[in-house]
Design a protein around this ligand. Sequence first.
Ligand SMILES: [Zn+2]
Length: 142
Amino acid sequence: MQSLSLYSDVELAFLIQYGLHVYIPRTREKIHSEAERRSLSKEKIDRIIRRVEHMATKPNACPRCKSKKIAPLSVSAGEDATRTGYITIGAIMDLIPKRGGSVTMVQRKECTVCRLYLSPNANRPISAYRALWQRLFMPLMD
Ligand SMILES: [Zn+2]
């Protein structure tokens, strides 16, 4: 991860609230001690998040934490369907075994602060097959 000094207090609050799971315990400890150094208590973090989540989102910023620390992410069509609940043709095609076991990859983005997954399918109407899909494939994705 980038040096914690490059994170604003708001970014650090969202990182602690939503993004810690991607880091190893030692890095998590560093993040918590940085928050302590800045006097970011649990209450203060909650206040920041409640305030920022409802703010308007600027272009190229994360809709949740408003950070511009957005990174490209390459995922399989199946994983995109699992994360968004929106089943695409690419995801269905990937269920059919192919020679060489290749899967359809799609280019997405992810906020590196709060780990919000950014996909054009994220806000589409939820497919009726969502529950079935998640029951079948979510255990395999973890
Ligand atoms: Zn974010």
